[in-house]
Design a protein. Structure first.
Length: 396
């Protein structure tokens, strides 16, 4: 690809991958208000976030094999169409049950973006080059969490929480048009057996039996789960417990996601020099350290909003630098079934995230301890996987 084509390709793939943060980040500042309007406690709204994430996990399994069978482009457009419909319907939800069900469907549709974008990258690029492109792709994705909470906060103030879902529908509609006009099919050869149950079971079994996939997948999924600890309770802690405004929360969230975007850019530049494994080691040392520091602050009742934002921002910078690399490492052995491998990777990552959101939401007590404990566990576990399982791979 020429420079301008590569740049436009990164923007398009990044936009497609941004369906998930689009559905989450503008929603987060509105969670306390939604809880009041639907007459439920904030932890219950946090659990709907877990159900949304569970939907994305299920969607990974659905869209990956379908994309291997019918092609990347048509399945992506179907996913976007469902996403638009779920966004509009969510704006008219009048009960928490209806909202939870629609958000679960929303999650299923959102999965099409991430899983198919990852498969497209694997169709076109090899290991370090794939990691480099995914780093840039994640930087584009990182722009959504920066502007999303700010937009959500303003829409909430001006028009109410329902307008946030209309915003999601409008943006995803624009992405639909971009895919329709600008994305060609990248699947080399359709796998006509990809959606047959026996074939799917064989493919998933082969992927799960691969040590390389397992090691990088665990590091990838555990490190990423910290985000769901933060999303599940941060708005309640910062807005309700500490009395800060939704705008303050949105600005703090934007600062954290700016750190994440910078981390993605840094990782994309450094991976060709350091290699995937050295970069992952460096990043997980930082995630572990910042997570444990945040937990210590929470236990000492010193985790003020600024402390939470700074320490999780540091975690997010490091995680964003290594997350695309661990994904690229997991995908490396599976050029011929990139869709299935991408879907399984996403399913496990999102399942871990969903479980984290539900657990932390259920444990929410208005303090920062559950949030900090989830982040500390994620960072420490990722480092342990790097120095054990991934280290063994490099010695083979």
């Amino acid at each position: 690809m020429t420079g301008i084509k590569y740049f436009l390709f990164v923007l398009l793939i990044g936009g497609v991958s941004a369906l998930n943060p689009l559905a989450i980040d503008a929603f987060i500042p509105a969670m306390p208000e939604i809880a009041k309007d639907l007459a439920v406690d904030p932890g219950t709204v946090g659990i709907t976030l877990g159900l949304y994430t569970l939907g994305t996990a299920v969607g990974q399994i659905i869209f990956g094999p379908l994309a291997d069978r019918f092609g990347r482009r048509p399945m992506l457009m179907i996913g976007l169409a469902i996403y638009i419909a779920a966004s509009i319907a969510s704006a008219f939800a009048t009960t928490i049950t209806a909202l939870a069900l629609l958000r679960t469907l929303h999650g299923v549709a959102a999965a099409s973006g991430r899983v198919i974008a990852t498969a497209i990258v694997r169709d076109l690029f090899e290991r370090e080059q794939a990691g480099k492109l995914m780093g840039y792709m994640f930087a584009v994705v990182g722009a959504m969490p920066i502007v999303g909470p700010l937009i959500g906060s303003e829409l909430l103030t001006l028009f109410g929480w329902e307008s946030i879902f209309i915003y999601m529908a409008v943006v995803s509609g624009a992405i639909f048009l971009a895919v329709w006009l600008g994305l060609r099919e990248t699947l080399p050869t359709p796998d006509h057996d990809a959606i047959r149950p026996v074939k799917m079971a064989v493919n998933f079994g082969e992927i799960l039996s691969d040590r390389t996939f397992l090691a990088y997948m665990l590091c990838h999924s555990l490190a990423a789960s910290a985000l769901y600890s933060f999303l599940a309770t941060s708005a309640d802690v910062i807005i309700n417990t500490y009395g800060e405004s939704t705008r303050y929360f949105a600005i703090g969230f934007a600062a954290i996601m700016t750190a994440g975007m910078l981390g993605s850019l840094a990782g994309g530049r450094m991976v060709t020099r350091l290699g995937i494994d050295r970069l992952i080691l460096t990043g997980t040392i930082v995630t572990c350290s910042s997570g444990l520091a945040l937990l210590a602050a929470a236990l000492l009742d010193s985790a003020t909003p600024i402390v939470i934002i700074v320490l999780y921002g540091l975690y997010k910078f490091a995680d964003s630098a290594v997350n695309p690399q661990s994904a690229a490492g997991a995908m490396t052995p599976f050029r011929d079934m990139a869709g299935a491998a991408s879907s399984l990777l996403g399913f496990i990552r999102q399942s871990v995230g969903a479980l984290t959101a539900v657990i932390i939401g259920a444990l929410a007590d208005g303090t920062s301890v559950p949030l900090a404990a989830g982040i500390a566990f994620a960072g420490t576990a990722a480092l342990l996987i790097r120095v054990t399982l991934i280290r063994k791979l490099t010695k083979r």
